[in-house]
Ligand binder design. Structure first.
Ligand code: HEM
Ligand code: HEM
Length: 191
């Protein structure tokens, strides 16, 4: 029997996907926290502190985008050996988990792109750094009206992503608590 056709719990996600999953989780939750914190700094915040947060928010945000691309590539290459949705889940649970996974995958690509579009179109932008690349080219035309739109979309989409992550984690924890060791206890597949 090929591995892909087994739908029970013990099959894990490939190691590379498990590692990337938890790296992404830490990075994204850190970025949401940092984004929320830095946009609430009072006017008299020292410039170094302000720059430290913005600089790292941007470069780690771009890192999340690159990791999301790598995750998609690995997911596609390993599609034949990915664990199946547990057959014991109810119809609506299967649908919900699929939709939430897909939306999370889409938003981990979209949110950083909107962040980049915001910085790139802002006339007063301090630039977009990425570790050894000090100035990632800002390819969009400078336009503060467009910046306002990207700013709003970046904020809303980031908080929608947070809501989905909370739902996603709550689902995993709920099944761990109520069906420990059963087919629908999916947490060990990601550990
Ligand atoms: C920023 C945070 C997170 C992101 C972006 C994220 C993203 C994802 C994605 C995209 C998948 C589907 C994997 C795939 O098919 O490619 C997944 C699966 C999974 N995640 Fe997360 N996750 C996050 C946080 C968490 C947390 C906090 C938990 C646990 C409390 C968790 C537990 C799981 C489990 C158990 C699976 C496997 C589900 C299954 O096999 O049906 N995740 N995650
Ligand atoms: C997954 C990646 C990212 C997440 C989850 C994220 C999340 C957030 C959040 C939650 C905020 C605060 C929004 C608010 O309450 O007003 C924020 C602000 C911001 N983000 Fe991101 N971000 C990401 C990537 C990026 C990237 C790649 C850039 C730029 C290259 C960027 C640039 C900014 C800027 C400049 C702000 C401040 C906007 C303002 O001052 O109004 N972000 N981000």
């Amino acid at each position: 029997m090929v591995e892909a056709s087994v739908s029970s719990g013990p099959i894990k996600y490939p190691l590379s996907m498990r590692i990337l999953h938890w790296i992404r989780a830490v990075l994204i939750l850190g970025l949401i926290w940092a984004g929320w914190r830095m946009t609430g700094f009072p006017e008299d915040t020292p410039m170094e502190k302000f720059n430290f947060y913005y600089h790292n928010h941007k470069q780690f945000g771009i890192l999340v985008w690159l990791v999301a691309i790598v995750h998609l590539a690995i997911r596609w290459r390993k599609r034949a050996v990915l664990p199946q949705t547990p057959s014991r889940l109810t119809g609506w649970e299967k649908l919900l988990s699929k939709i939430v996974h897909r939306l999370i995958i889409a938003l981990t690509l979209l949110v950083p792109m909107l962040g980049y579009a915001m910085s790139s179109s802002f006339t007063q932008s301090d630039g977009v750094p990425f570790f050894f690349i000090h100035e990632v080219p800002e390819v969009l035309p400078k336009n503060d009206a467009a910046f306002e739109v990207y700013d709003m979309l970046h904020e809303y989409s980031a908080y929608v992503l947070l809501g989905l992550i909370v739902l996603h984690a709550a689902g995993a924890i709920k099944h761990r608590l109520t069906d420990k060791g059963g087919e629908t206890d999916v947490l060990p597949r990601m550990l």
